[in-house]
Design a protein around this ligand. Structure first.
Ligand code: MN
Length: 704
């Protein structure tokens, strides 16, 4: 350590901190913070050296020669985190975060040094001249470092980081909370001290040995409560927190009994994290009671050991591991396993932004504990659903889940789970993840898997669409089309596979005609006509009663297409004989059919005939959600026209500043054609969603 101090002092030379102090004061303070956590020598040395490679002439080789492989590895890790931090662009920042978490999973000491470094920089942030810099660093602390400290269970780091960041980000709110706390204190004449005495006396009367301490809550935790529950300060009674530290787990429950006998407890505020620990290994009993002056008092009851872990988190584990000769491998702790899960999500790819968003969500919410039928405990964020549960058990369980039994009863998959629920996941091998799940799942793991599946499905859709476009255009130019011919042009197109070519054509990134030219470079092509969209022949108007090409009908009878389900050639259909209206055709899954369930005599078995020859133009109905931006509507009509469809009716059903929702009637050839149009619409960035409309909700003119 002495050598490390000398090395750092020499390397930093005459460098100064923003405060004007010699630079060496900073690494010494960082080392001091970590020494208080009783961390090992390598960590302290790393703290002393942590800025030498980044900020001075010293190299990582110098560090390796002087202090060995292990320290060099740790210093290198911290240096990399520091370098990544320097890029301030948002996506870059998220990416840094991802690498940061990865680095920490390899050796947590890298993260511990980084957190101590950040803590000291936050303590001295007021020396920074530029307001903009202070804001950025404070925001980053609030978004990334404080939650990370919480994630690995280092509550004292988290509290201080949050409070320091809060000072910069919302000084006014913090000031007003502090003033209010001070006022309450003067009015109550040392309320905290009095309650501590009351608690001590009550415990002593029953002969229970325990430490009691208490304090006013930190301004930021009060602020977060006010923001979260949208209550004003006066309504927020619990501004004080107390802690009872006992010698054993039994004493925790005895103390709890004594507290509840002396003061009424507030229902629904009781939590027992001793019998079911949080996933960062946090253990404690939480309760709220109505104390003197009708004030609500928050109490935590735990043992010395639990308190140690609550305050110092993984740092305590780390020390334990070395001090006690490996009897508890670090990898066995719950906290470590939750880290490993994050890393798993990260390594699987997906965009950094998506991860940051999911992680923020997960870390700020409280938790819910559920059990598998075999009694395995699954910890999830509050608000989690059976789908989240299934994905937490295993990816394959999530992918194939079709239903859930909660405490023995069938419940919808969107049900919010409650503490203690026993959840049985019902699976089917035929099931695949449903896009709708994304609307209600809350865990990053579940959302990631669902999105991944949707991405894959979209790709397949575009690939099919691209192939059929290509086939058509090749035929129009009398060119042979096969996978083999396309393969020959891969190099010229700079695409890795035939599927990638089809996807590019399907997404509109590659024009089919350019594909033809790439495959047959010498071919003379009439550019003008070739770039026109593939033309569809029929343009006649849809009418209510038409000579429809359907088999199974009595000649001469009037036929209507159900305005509820808009059957298209390719759909499976049935006819209903309605009195005075002839026959109404419905798709087999149309909800309207339910009302005819008890009248089998009205049902007709129908099938599509040669639609092309009949001149009938099928009409499909779709619902689109569009971004409310100029050109959005134009883009939709262009896409539909390019795909050979025709908009015959349009109705805006909802409009707000961000989106508008509308229903379109489209003249199409058949189901396949409609699917192509929908896939093409989905490629447009302004289109949020497209669905074919079925069922009765849009039924305005059925049978008219
Ligand atoms: Mn530093």
């Amino acid at each position: 350590m002495e050598r490390a101090y000398a090395f750092a002092k020499k390397a930093h030379g005459s460098q100064k901190r923003a405060s004007g102090e010699p630079y060496i004061t900073h690494p010494v303070e960082v080392a001091d913070i970590l020494a208080e956590l009783k961390l090992d020598t390598d960590t302290i040395i790393t703290a002393l050296l942590h800025d030498t490679v980044e900020d001075t002439q010293a190299t990582i080789e110098d560090v390796r020669n002087e202090f060995g492989e292990r320290v060099a590895y740790l210093v290198d890790g911290v240096t990399k985190l520091t370098q990544l931090e320097l890029t301030s662009e948002h996506t870059k920042q998220a990416e840094n975060f991802r690498k940061l978490v990865l680095a920490m999973s390899r050796d947590l000491r890298v993260l511990l040094v980084k957190l101590a470094d950040r803590l000291h920089n936050m303590r001295t942030l007021h020396h920074m001249a530029k307001e903009e810099t202070r804001q950025r660093i404070a925001q980053e602390t609030m978004d990334i470092y404080a939650p990370l400290a919480g994630l690995i269970g280092m509550q004292s780091f988290r509290d201080e980081l949050e409070d320091l960041a809060f000072q910069v980000l919302n000084a006014e709110a913090r000031e007003s909370i502090i003033r209010r706390l001070a006022y309450l204190e003067t009015k109550g004449v040392d309320v905290v001290g009095r309650i501590i005495r009351d608690l001590r006396n009550a415990l002593a009367e029953q002969g229970l040995e325990a430490r009691v301490n208490g304090r006013m809550k930190r301004p930021y935790s009060i602020w977060r409560k006010m923001a979260h529950k949208s209550v004003v300060f006066e309504q927020l009674a619990d501004t004080m927190g107390f802690r009872i530290i006992t010698n054993s787990v039994e004493d925790c429950y005895r103390a709890l009994g004594i507290v509840h006998t002396n003061w009424p407890m507030v229902p629904e505020r009781f939590k027992d994290y001793i019998s079911t620990p949080k996933r960062n290994d946090y253990r404690s009993i939480h309760t709220t009671v109505i104390g003197p002056d009708k004030r609500r008092i928050e109490l935590q009851i735990r043992t010395e050991g639990m308190d140690e872990i609550a305050e110092r988190g993984l740092a305590a584990h780390w020390q334990y591991k070395y001090a006690n000769g490996e009897d508890t491998p670090l990898t066995d702790s719950l906290a470590y396993r939750s880290l490993a899960q994050f890393v798993h999500v990260l390594e699987d790819g997906s965009t950094p932004d998506e991860f940051l968003e999911n992680t923020k969500l997960e870390m700020f919410q409280d938790q819910v504990f559920c059990f598998t039928p075999k009694g395995q405990l699954i910890t999830l964020p509050a608000g989690a659903t059976p789908v989240d549960f299934a994905y937490a058990v295993h990816t394959r369980v999530g992918d194939t889940c079709v239903g859930a039994k909660i405490n023995g009863h069938h419940r919808p998959l969107r049900t919010r789970l409650r503490n203690g629920d026993m959840v049985e996941v019902i699976r089917s091998r035929a099931q695949t993840p449903m896009p709708e799940w994304e609307k209600f799942v809350v865990t990053g793991r579940a959302r990631y898997q669902i999105r991944k599946f949707i991405r894959q499905t979209r790709r397949q859709e575009f690939s099919r669409l691209g192939e059929s476009i290509a086939r058509k255009v090749f035929a129009e130019h009398d060119c042979d089309f096969s996978e083999k011919t396309v393969k020959g042009a891969l190099k010229r197109l700079k695409l890795p596979s035939v599927e990638d070519v089809y996807v590019a054509v399907g997404e509109g990134e590659l024009q089919a005609i350019d594909l033809v030219k790439a495959v047959f470079p010498g071919l003379p092509i009439d550019e003008e006509s070739a770039r026109r969209a593939p033309s569809r022949k029929k343009k006649s108007k849809a009418s209510e009663t038409v000579p429809i090409a359907i088999r199974g009908l009595v000649p001469g009878i009037a036929v209507h297409m159900g305005q509820c389900c808009h059957p298209l050639p390719g759909d499976r259909i049935v006819g209903i004989q309605a009195s005075g209206q002839g026959v109404v055709v419905h798709t087999i899954d149309c909800e309207t059919l339910e009302q005819y369930q008890d009248a089998p005599e009205l049902w007709l078995d129908l099938a599509w005939d040669d639609v092309e020859a009949s001149g009938h133009v099928p009409v499909a109905r779709i619902a689109i959600l569009l971004s409310h931006e100029p050109g959005a509507l134009g883009a939709v009509s262009t896409i539909v026209a390019k795909q050979g469809g025709n908009i015959s009716n349009l109705k805006i059903t909802d409009r707000n500043p961000l989106f508008f929702e509308m229903v379109l009637d489209l003249e199409v050839e058949d189901v396949k054609h409609l699917t192509e149009i929908i896939a093409a619409l989905r490629t447009n960035g302004l289109v949020q969603s497209v669905e074919r409309v079925r069922g009765e909700e849009h039924d305005t003119q059925r049978g008219a």
